[in-house]
Design a protein around this ligand. Sequence first.
Ligand code: NAD
Length: 475
Amino acid sequence: MTQIPVRIDGASITAAEGLPVIAPYDGRLLGEVPACTPAHVDQAVRAARRALEEEPLPAWRRAEILDRAAEALADEVTVERLARTIALEAAKPIAAARAEVARAASTFRFAAATCRTLAGEVLPLDAAQAGEGRLGFTLRVPVGVIGAITPFNFPCNLVAHKLAPAIAAGCPVVLKPAHQTPLSGIALAELLLDRCGLPASWLHVVTGVGPTTGAALVGHEDVAMITFTGSPTVGWAIRAAAPRKKVSLELGNNSPVIIQPDADVQGAATAIAAAGFAHAGQSCISVQRVLVHREVAEALEAALVEAVEALVVGDPLDEATQVSALIDADNRERVVAWIEEAVDGGAVVAAGGKVDEAGVLAPTVLTDVHPDMRLCRDEVFGPVVGLTTYDDVEEAFALANDTRYGLHAGIFTSDLDVARRAIEVLDFGGVIVNDVPTWRADHMPYGGRRDSGNTREGPWSSALEMTEVRSVVIA
Ligand code: NAD
């Protein structure tokens, strides 16, 4: 089969070996991408070094490139083409895939604004006696070549969250997209290089599996920073393998949401049905743990089951589909095993729990879920939410915080004091009041605590991470 080439230093590259890209919904072969070797990675990193040393771009040109990308990603034909690619390779329902492209446009738009405004600061050096008569200020200088490693679940917008701030910060990039969903990243890179005027030395794509292609990028001595989004296991191993590099990690979560008795229970149920099951629960902030006050547990369960059973399951290319297949059969089997384990431990299936003829796991709601079950403790990354009841809101806060993750948490309440208390005690990178934790605007600082990561992403926050402060003193 002819390989879909990747761009390295302006050339369209194929490799001796290829990797198949399979549509998770119907198993059809979408194409083959190069299994890039360490030599390809080296070629890409060297070219990126050259960009840094010989082809720097002033901020106004970088901002124009980012603006053009935002415009190109709003163009109807491009949106449809990219959305179809996302839908096919990730089994993301087409409507959600279009929304992802729109978010990517917004990520580039905010990165253009960042590029135009990112600046250092004036240092009041004469505040120290030794500084009297000296002028001081800081510059933000690009950290160097960026190695960007991305996960399968948002193959367009999470690539945008690496490329756009890197360009804003003045850093050339080598992108290693997820091996399951590389086509959207390849398409986005081509858009930047061919339609937006990004010079060929500034962006390179190396496709392949993590332990070879990804590891070669992590290990390359000329890569100054790795920006990684993916699982905690891989992320923290990369952190350990590259102690001399900057490594920013955006990792997983097992997102809790608390439902107080004074909440809009119907509204909460509708929001959870959307947030727990969009892209079959394969978002790092999918609702997973629903902590519901005993007084409203029955009402919430009834409303949630009704909403979940109404979700349309099927082909991601069908306009009506809201939930489709998991990324592969192994993950489907893993999620089914976790459901069975929970049921063995006393949980009750209130909706779903079955795999249909097309191999899609139905959106599943479990009640009587115990905090010690794997379904609570680990990140399920599948179409399952579990309900646990509580009697007192402090108990709910303790349950929410009883996790090694710390990305986002949510609470539904109409009591301002409870909301304020939640903001104070919920130990997460983001606390969402009166909505699900599955909420992100692309320009806000987004990231987690503990096992969920060590950084904040978003064009402004990422560009800060991708630059270093240089202090300048004029005597
Ligand atoms: P993953 O960790 O399996 O893979 C992520 C990337 O790392 C892929 O490109 C993969 O090829 C690469 N990789 C794997 N092993 C590697 C190695 N040894 N060296 C270098 N690179 C390697 O994650 P996934 O299954 O693609 O994505 C799901 C995970 O991502 C979930 O845990 C989810 O919560 C998390 N995620 C987090 C965010 C966030 O912003 N916090 C967003 C989306 C997904």
